[in-house]
Design a protein around this ligand. Structure first.
Ligand code: DAH
Length: 335
């Protein structure tokens, strides 16, 4: 057999063997067999030494090509085996998949909505940037009215618009849009130009509800508010109604609930009074109904507004509103 025939034969065999090899260790052995120090090919240069120069060149280049082809076969096969020979460890615990969830504030707002839906209210939404009429004038708070000082306002566009200072700004727009009778609730962010401390932030959350019909009265308000707290805190807390002043209700009320921390024995949270103020409410002022174009001789009703952050802080015993609004994951992940 000539040297050329021998090289061809080696190639045919190598191709066959490399194709059928099944494991990385077998593959390494094959490489040693064909190109290792003791292989026929490793010794080949000494065999062609004595050949004529022409012949030497021809066989020499066939030899080099064969080596390259075998090396390629080896590399391709190795890649293939590495990819397909991955061993699965079915006992491995696997990596935890982190799934996001709603923030405590959103969770609470949804819970609040659920309770009010059960009580017959419809959930509505309204803009966060409104005009002066919606936030103040329609609600019986004309310019220069001292009550405007209750809401330190963040103005936009040269006082044409403002960041709503309370969710009560939805009252007249919602009455205009849906007419009466109506039972509607809104919850969302409000803004105040205010210094920040443990219990104040310049943006926070409120909810406002309104119910107007031919006979909505304070008794209904009392029932709705008491039921709400009972379902929200899942306990029967005493609810106290006190006279209060808000220009858009008459009579106006402040609503307190029994302190959930000391069960009314008196603590620093309730300042030893046993009660915590949580809401404002009252019978919707004729002025507001008039602003919405509603026949105030025929229709009447009540409205109420709660601080959502306040409820969350009470429910979870959080004493600093800043942590509630922070993006601190150590806090957020607890809920
Ligand atoms: N908007 C009031 C505030 O920000 C709270 C409030 C009081 C809302 C009485 C009402 C209400 O709907 O009837 O302090």
């Amino acid at each position: 057999m000539s040297l050329e025939e021998t090289l061809n034969k080696i190639w045919q065999e190598a191709e066959k063997e490399f194709t059928s090899v099944k494991s990385l260790s077998e593959l390494e052995n094959l490489l040693i067999k064909y190109l290792g120090r003791k292989s026929y090919l490793a010794n080949f240069p000494s065999l062609i030494k004595k050949l004529e120069i022409e012949e030497k060149r021809k066989i020499g280049s066939l030899y080099n090509e064969l080596k390259r082809k075998i090396e390629n076969l080896y590399r391709q096969k190795k890649e293939f085996l590495l990819e397909t020979n991955i061993k699965f460890d079915f006992e491995h615990p696997g990596r935890e998949i982190k799934v996001g969830k709603e923030h405590l504030i959103s969770q609470t707002i949804n819970k609040i909505f659920d309770i009010f839906i059960q009580l017959g209210f419809s959930v509505v939404d309204y803009a966060q940037i409104v005009d002066e009429k919606e936030n103040f004038d329609y609600l019986n708070i004309p310019p220069h009215h001292p009550a405007r000082d209750l809401w330190d306002t963040l103005w936009v566009k040269n006082r044409e618009l403002l960041f709503r200072t309370h969710t009560s700004c939805f009252q007249v727009p919602v009455l205009k849009k849906y007419g009466v009778p109506i039972r509607a609730i809104i919850a969302g962010k409000v803004f105040r130009y205010e210094a920040i401390d443990k219990t104040h932030d310049f943006e926070f959350y409120q909810l406002d509800g309104i119910s107007i019909s031919e006979n909505s009265n304070l008794g209904h308000l009392k029932y709705v508010v008491e039921k709400f707290f009972e379902r929200f805190f899942k306990e029967n807390l005493p609810v106290r109604f006190r006279p209060g002043y808000f220009p858009f209700v008459e009579p106006g009320l402040e609503i307190d609930i029994g302190c959930i921390f000391c069960k009314q024995r008196g603590c620093i949270i309730c300042k030893k009074t046993g009660f915590i103020e949580v809401a404002g409410a009252g019978m919707v002022h004729d002025f507001v109904l008039k602003s919405a174009g509603i026949d105030y001789k025929k229709y009447q009703g009540y409205a109420f507004g709660f601080g959502v952050d306040r409820l969350i802080m009470l429910e979870h015993g959080i004493d600093d509103i800043r942590i509630l609004h922070s993006s601190d994951l150590r806090f957020i992940r607890q809920f």
